[in-house]
Design a protein around this ligand. Structure first.
Ligand SMILES: C[S@@+](CC[C@H](N)C(=O)[O-])C[C@H]1O[C@@H](n2cnc3c(N)ncnc32)[C@H](O)[C@@H]1O
Length: 275
């Protein structure tokens, strides 16, 4: 889908595309908050039909419950091998911002910070964000930021809230995105929304390292969901160039999925570049 169509889908065709000049600041000065409340993007990602709001509430409860019950088989103690191998392809210079959607309490955030990137994650669950800072003995400065609460330690920041509430000005300075287990966390209809949302949010030239899974969907009720190559192409092909970097059999890395009945799983890394 082209970006105009994505904006149209989001109900903001014709709305000014706001890029805030924030010298020396990648994200989250109070300025965007002010702008959020005045700008014509304000409705984007925040309002929706009653049905949409009900769905969102259901999703929120699903993830909160997963964190409360400790159903977080997706969380890995080690840094993802694809991030280590392919980070260079994101071409992030020191101090440039990497955005990590649906970040959980991933250790990959720390690794990115150690690579001297500024890191901005977004995560729905308070438990997850709290655990990230506590488990890594990081003190977080907390402040509200529009519909989010920003938790920050140095150049590492997590926005507590819904990814779909982000507006383009929030990510205007983002250089790259690291998506591991984010696209695949969404059911089919939400994947379309997610891809369109990224297309609207991300500036031209922005790179995404996309780590996703393919498996026989009938063997397992997601999440994680299987997202075959043709669907990646369908979701992102209009707005991004797509390059397959690597794929391998990865069932042994996912014992919880094997225990749930999965017999084969391919994990892929792709580089997407916003046209
Ligand atoms: C499958 S986990 C992936 C976590 C992380 N990427 C990792 O590699 O460990 C998905 C995470 O996204 C969060 N989440 C789900 N929907 C979200 C949304 N709309 N906005 C922000 N976070 C969301 C969930 O709470 C959960 O922690």
């Amino acid at each position: 889908m082209c970006v105009e169509a994505a904006w149209d889908r989001a109900g903001i065709r014709g709305a000014p595309r706001i890029t805030l000049p924030l010298p020396g600041c990648q994200l989250l000065s109070p300025a965007p908050c002010f702008f959020r409340s005045r700008g014509s993007c304000v409705t984007y990602g925040r309002e929706g039909s009653a049905n949409q709001r009900k769905e969102e509430e259901k999703r929120r409860r699903f993830w909160e419950e997963a964190w409360q019950k400790g159903n977080i088989g997706f969380h890995k103690e080690e840094v993802h091998r694809y991030l280590r191998r392919h980070y260079i392809r994101l071409a992030v210079a020191t101090g440039e911002t990497v955005f990590v959607p649906l970040c959980g309490k991933s250790r990959d955030l720390l690794w990115l910070a150690e690579e001297e990137a500024a890191v901005c994650g977004v995560e729905l669950s308070t438990l997850a964000v709290d655990a990230f800072f506590a488990e890594n003995a990081l003190e977080a400065a907390r402040q509200s930021y529009g519909p989010f609460e920003s938790w920050r330690s140095g150049t590492l920041q997590i926005l507590l809230g819904d990814l779909f509430a982000l507006v383009p000005a929030d990510l205007a300075e983002v250089r790259a995105v690291y998506d591991r287990a984010s696209l695949v966390a969404f059911p089919p209809d939400m994947r379309r929304r997610y891809a369109d949302h990224l297309a609207v949010l991300l500036p031209s030239g922005c790179r995404i390292l996309l780590v996703s899974y393919t498996y026989e969907q009938s063997e397992l009720a997601g999440p994680p969901f299987s997202v075959p190559p043709a669907e990646v192409e369908e979701l992102f092909g209009d707005a991004f160039t797509i390059e397959l970097l690597e794929e391998e059999d990865a069932l042994s890395d996912h014992p919880t999925l094997r225990a749930r009945g999965l017999t084969a799983l391919t994990e892929s890394a792709r580089l997407l570049v916003r046209r």
